[in-house]
Design a protein around this ligand. Structure first.
Ligand code: FPP
Length: 273
């Protein structure tokens, strides 16, 4: 018998997997849990191609995979999740390809806001968009701002979606903002108004979250692709050969176990800096 389009056997299977995950999570929680996990969601178009699907179906599947991943992070007690959803370089793709991702973004935001599928709000997830949002069309910018405002009071997990983002753009933007601020303050000072690291970091798009502990990249690539370059000095990059829509709880579990194994080494390294 189906309820909300989901069969009874699928529901039983999901409940069983929840029970199993709870057991694993309680075991893992004995060790340190990463505060921030970031994802480079690579391989959505290849996933669609492999299955003879339309390109957009790959991104749809990728969106669903992200939702599950955020849920698993919530179960594990990971407070910050970041996803690289659209880089500034992606604007160089075909206009149809760019429009498809923009449309998907607005469609998903509208679903979340209209409570057709407001799973993020129900889970207590705050959603923040990081990047040069000025590059987005007015309707996309408006939708993004409405979702940030609607979820601003949620506090279980902060999901940061990097959209129209590259690290180099983030760094240039932060330096510009810092210089403007310093020049404005200089008028009232006799001493030179020196730029400090904290001044620049305050203006980073990613200032909303602590530096990531783990960056996970799918589809067999092991590059950072202009993602969180400033923030990843002490972070593990973990790469999986699976395409993003095929990522599962087991990949996250593997990454957390690796984090726990290297935890004391990384903590020692951080203190040496
Ligand atoms: C890179 O893989 C991924 C992207 C350009 C975007 C990923 C976007 C999603 C998974 C949807 C997220 C949507 C929202 C609304 C947050 P690719 O698509 O370039 O695929 P490829 O690596 O196979 O070429």
């Amino acid at each position: 018998m189906e309820k909300d389009g989901v069969s009874k056997s699928a529901r039983v299977l999901w409940k069983l997997s929840c029970f199993f995950r709870k057991f694993i999570v309680s075991t893992l929680s004995v060790g340190p849990i990463p505060a921030h996990v970031a994802f480079i969601m690579d391989g959505n178009r290849r996933y669609a191609k492999q299955r003879n699907l339309e390109e957009g179906e790959g991104h749809n599947a990728g969106y669903l995979a992200l939702k599950f991943m955020v849920y698993y992070c919530l179960e594990l007690g990971i407070k910050h999740v970041t996803a690289y959803a659209f880089s500034i370089d992606n604007f160089k793709r075909s206009p149809e390809g760019v429009q498809r991702i923009m449309d998907l973004m607005v469609e998903k935001i509208e679903e979340e806001l209209s409570q057709v599928d407001n799973t993020y709000s129900k889970m207590g997830i705050r959603i923040h968009f990081s990047g040069n949002l000025e590059l987005l069309s007015q309707p996309t910018k408006d939708a993004v701002k409405r979702l940030m405002a609607a979820t601003a009071k949620n506090s279980k997990v902060l999901l940061t979606i990097c959209f129209a983002y590259t690290s180099t753009n983030e760094i240039v933007h932060a330096i510009e903002q810092t210089c403007q601020e310093k020049m404005a303050d200089q008028m009232e000072l006799e001493e030179p108004n020196v730029v400090k690291l904290a001044d620049i970091e305050k203006h980073m798009y990613m200032a909303v979250a602590p530096d990531p502990d783990i960056i996970i990249r799918t589809s067999g690539e092991s590059r950072l692709s202009n993602f969180l370059l400033w923030q990843s000095a002490n972070c593990s990059l973990i790469c999986f050969s699976q395409l993003w829509p095929a990522i599962s709880f087991w990949h996250l579990l593997w990454a957390v176990l690796k984090f726990q194994r290297n935890y004391y080494y990384f903590e020692k390294k951080k203190k040496q800096i």
